[in-house]
Design a protein around this ligand. Structure first.
Ligand code: PBG
Length: 327
């Protein structure tokens, strides 16, 4: 026998062989599109730091939801941008608040042909931009916030949402939301828990998209990028409190966390490829420095390979189209 005896390249010889032995495939049904809807808009408005992403009007949101269904993606995640904000984020609970209205609109338009999810957090609705209610001293008050999340969850369920996504990183948020939903007769509404959510600088463009003027930072409730074991504890607590799915966020800089969480729990694991991850690639591609489509699919494949079976990404519809075209 000639040297080398072992030739892994045999399995890479041509496209047919490579396709046969591919370990990871990304399917459109695993992708979830985050969408923004702004109160009072008559036309969709581009978000400068997220090329290709818009703040929708109620009308354009309905149309985009239909397109998402046609692209075959697994779900959409709705975020509301209210016209006015207050200290307690009351617009998130108000049945006529923009997010609850948008849920109703979308469910009326597409029913359950794709999974309709909603962000369950106060930051889009509070004047100070924090995910919770503040004490007179300006600290985020965990337990007072839980009561608000419970009301918000019931309002979203009443609007017809299929999955709520508590994303505020308050202790006990999953349990309180589960109990509130059950008590109000919404046992069938599922919880996608933002279980391991880091205090990340990659959320910058999102804050433009929701026009949040955050005072201070979120480090007293979101996790330090330095910590992995802390995520495992957060995830275990959320599963014990009734999370149907758990999420790691951001995605690409935290693939070790995705993999560790996947090993630890049996519920579906999601990962959120956040605004800054998207913006980095778009900016480089706009300069001709990266092949955008290839990088897009490479990042999604990597997140999938690390163990996420649901991926939230601003590229969801586009990636689904590329995948269907056999890219
Ligand atoms: C909180 C929330 C945020 C994101 C999703 N949900 C912002 C934050 O925690 O500061 C960020 C998503 C992204 O950057 O794409 N409502």
């Amino acid at each position: 026998m000639s040297y080398p005896d072992m030739r892994p390249r045999r399995l890479r010889r041509n496209a047919a062989m490579r396709r046969l032995v591919e370990e990871t495939r990304v399917a459109p049904a695993e992708l979830v599109l985050p969408m923004f809807v702004k109160e009072g808009l008559t036309e969709p408005r581009p978000v400068a730091s997220l090329p290709g992403v818009v703040q929708h009007s109620r009308d354009s949101l309905r149309k985009a939801a239909v397109e998402a269904v046609q692209a075959g993606i697994g779900g959409i995640m709705l975020f509301g941008v209210p016209a006015t904000r207050d200290e307690t984020g009351s617009g998130g609970i108000d049945p006529d608040g923009i997010l609850n209205v948008a849920i109703r609109d979308v469910v009326a338009e597409i029913g359950d042909s794709t999974v309709v999810m909603s962000d369950l957090c106060l930051d889009e609705f509070t004047s100070h931009g924090h995910c919770g209610l503040l004490t007179p001293g300006g600290e985020v008050d965990n337990d007072a916030t839980l009561a608000a999340y419970a009301e918000m969850a019931v309002a979203q369920a009443a609007a017809g949402v299929g999955v709520v996504g508590p994303s505020g990183m308050m202790d006990g948020q999953v349990g309180v939301v589960r109990r509130a939903l059950d008590a109000a007769g919404y046992q069938d509404v599922a919880i996608l828990a933002y279980a391991a959510k880091y205090a990340s600088a990659f959320y910058g463009p999102f804050r433009d998209a929701v026009e949040s003027a955050l005072e201070g930072d979120r480090r007293s409730y979101q996790q330090s990028p330095a910590n992995l074991r802390e995520s495992l504890r957060e995830v275990e607590l959320d599963v014990a409190e009734g999370a149907d799915m758990v999420m790691v966020k951001p995605a690409l800089p935290y693939l070790d966390v995705v993999a560790a969480v996947r090993d630890r729990v049996d519920v579906p694991v999601a990962a959120y490829q956040v605004s800054g991850e998207y913006a980095m690639v778009e900016a480089a591609a706009a300069n001709g420095w990266l092949d955008r489509d290839r990088v897009m699919l490479e990042t999604l494949t990597s997140i999938r390979r690390a163990g996420a079976q649901v991926i939230l990404t601003y590229w969801a519809v586009e990636a689904a189209r590329l995948l269907r075209a056999g890219y």
